[in-house]
Design a protein. Structure first.
Length: 276
């Protein structure tokens, strides 16, 4: 599978919710051992994950472990390497050093780091650019960040994200691209607001994100659609690629009555890769 479009969180202590997640069309499922599982339920959640049936095909399975330094972190790592777990989601990462530290214990298993959940994390977004790192994706979160900063709200009076959280989002996007990993947009909390989710997901795609976190199975189809290139996008990208293949020494070409250059070619190649 190419980069997942939809990353669906599901509490790892709820077999009912896990069944619904497995029934969804999510590209990646994140079994959550962190925020959505109470401390008293974490061991039971690990046992549920250990007992998940083997399967072939389907979505990628990831586990969000508890943060480095928490009392639950080491016990969570016992799950890694068992079953069909594809990768680890690391919450509250503050720098690339945290990814390196985790990788020393987990080897080459892919890591998806959530990189904007503490005040210090905003100063380390370029540090994830490390050769040979198992880092596969970076996403951002506003809920934990607003709590860490002591904010009463993460929204302006007009309902838009405040500057601080827009900054965190942009730094995540730039940091992920700089590191050569997938940039994943954060959650849209109101799972009943389909139009709001569609608008946010499409805006994220236009900016450069290639996937989005989900907190409910009903969000998955909207997210998948937003991050799937349309037939028109694919046709136009194919024209650009074909034009440069026909004229490999050209710097600028006319395609569809508009001038395109090498950056347009790179964008077109990415669209075709996502479409595949």
């Amino acid at each position: 599978m190419s980069e997942p479009r939809s990353w669906l969180f599901v509490p790892a202590d709820s077999e009912r919710k896990i069944a619904k997640a497995l029934d969804s069309d999510a590209d990646a499922i994140i079994f959550d051992l962190e925020d959505s599982v109470a401390p008293a339920q974490k061991e039971a959640a690990r046992e549920i994950l250990k007992d998940l049936p083997k399967r072939s095909g389907g979505p990628e399975w990831w586990v969000r472990i508890n943060p480095i330094g928490s009392e639950f972190h080491k016990d969570d790592l016992h799950l890694i390497g068992s079953g069909d777990i594809h990768g680890i989601v690391l919450p509250k990462a503050e720098s690339g050093a945290d990814v390196t530290r985790l990788a020393h214990r987990t080897g080459s298993i892919p890591i998806h780091a959530i990189v904007t959940e503490t005040a210090a994390s905003l100063f380390g977004l370029l540090s994830y650019r490390q050769p040979g790192s198992p880092l596969a994706a970076m996403s951002w979160g506003a809920e934990d960040l607003s709590a860490a900063l002591g904010a009463s709200s993460k929204y302006d009076a007009d309902g838009a994200l405040s500057f601080t959280y827009k900054l965190a989002r942009s730094l995540c996007l730039a940091g992920a691209v700089a590191a050569g990993v997938q940039p994943v947009d954060g959650v849209f909390a109101d799972f009943k607001d389909e139009e709001g989710l569609r608008s946010e997901a499409e805006a994220a795609r236009r900016e450069g994100f290639t996937g989005k976190l989900a907190i409910h199975p009903t969000q998955v189809p909207v997210i998948n659609a937003a991050f799937t290139p349309s037939a028109g996008d694919v046709a136009h990208a194919s024209q650009i690629v074909a034009a440069f293949e026909a004229h490999p020494d050209a710097g600028v070409l006319s395609v569809g009555g508009k001038m395109v250059d090498r950056p347009h070619l790179v964008q077109a190649q990415r669209i075709l890769e996502r479409a595949r």
